[in-house]
Design a protein around this ligand. Sequence first.
Ligand code: HOZ
Length: 421
Amino acid sequence: MKVSQSEALFARAQQYIPGGVNSPVRAFRAVGGTPRFIARGDGSHIVDVDGNDYIDFVCSWGPLLLGHRPKPVIDALQNALEVGTSFGAPTGREVELAELIIDAVPSIEMVRLVNSGTEACMSAIRLARGFTGRELTVKFEGCYHGHVDSLLVKAGSGVATLSLPDTAGVPRAFSETTLALPFNDLDAVETAFRKEGDRVAAVIVEPVAGNMGCIPPRPGFLQGLREITTQYGSLLIFDEVMTGFRLSRGGAQALYGVMPDLTTLGKIIGGGLPIAVYGGRKDIMSKIAPTGPVYQAGTLSGNPLAVTAGIAMLTYLESHPEIYGELDQLTAQLTSRNLPGVTVNRVGSMFTFFMQDGCVCNYESAKRSDTAKFGKLFHSLLEHGIYLPPSQFEAGFVSAAHTPTEIAAAAEAIAEFCASA
Ligand code: HOZ
């Protein structure tokens, strides 16, 4: 496979951008080789600058539920360009997007629009502290809530991919406000709350973890978190940046029937443009300035282009509820084979092939995977024109643009690799 154009761009990029990338996992450090520089995307495919065509199972790390350049989103964006790209003043479209989100996500009564998942989680934690008057946060090992100072403790995603212990640059006083517990372990949560429950402002969790690979919650885990936080007067925050509008229109909370106090969303709600929200109970959200004392702001918050793309995406999903059943079937087709030496986790259209036999239910078990073998799988698939996330500790995504034929080809390539590995 010819990759000379990607190699040349990567060499140039490394002179001017740390590691040659604007987000660490993209650098292929965990799998080796040259990151592909992407020239264009269409439907389920991306094409790199050397002209290599791939079936894309990264889907921009989740936002592209309808694939690349879906017509409803592109048409809406073209119209939006005619009227302006940023005003720094309210627009009717922000209200429309807020209404679409509140209509779909059961626990959300009010939202604030921001620009990224990191910003949404950072703001939700600040709000939880402001609302409860407490300082501690409980998070789970291997979960990732963006690069928020206090939440990088035992984080997944790039921190796990690069095997960083945590991160430099975070004052100890910030890390000390975080208790990191094993995912799916309610006993650990109960023990921590017995000791420190009256100091805990919030528990933040990815209801389906996607940043240590895809790991579903054990039956009763989310319900247990709901009960414990209620008992101790702490808030429950679902980080649905990945799962929101992906696992169902109402996200993981609708799928599992557990209602958090606050929710963070991103990715799909921007239709591929940068936007995120935090939202939840009205009495809590009303504590945000200008109605309350918790400050948070942003020049590009509610950006007209991002909001327009989000409205187009969410309107499409509202009128096509069948999409979730179809995605579930397609992804099952990809993940249902028995593969020697591999544990496959899947929830809806999120999946991970873990290179190990054991059950993967938390960060400890995810880390037992053979990451070198994952690197080989990754490159073998790349050679077959199939693009997986370049890390064992990330989820893959299927979009509505993927066809059963493409899924069958990918499933076959994965099975071939596993049979010969
Ligand atoms: N942390 C992101 C996925 N979990 C990676 C984002 C990116 O590299 O674009």
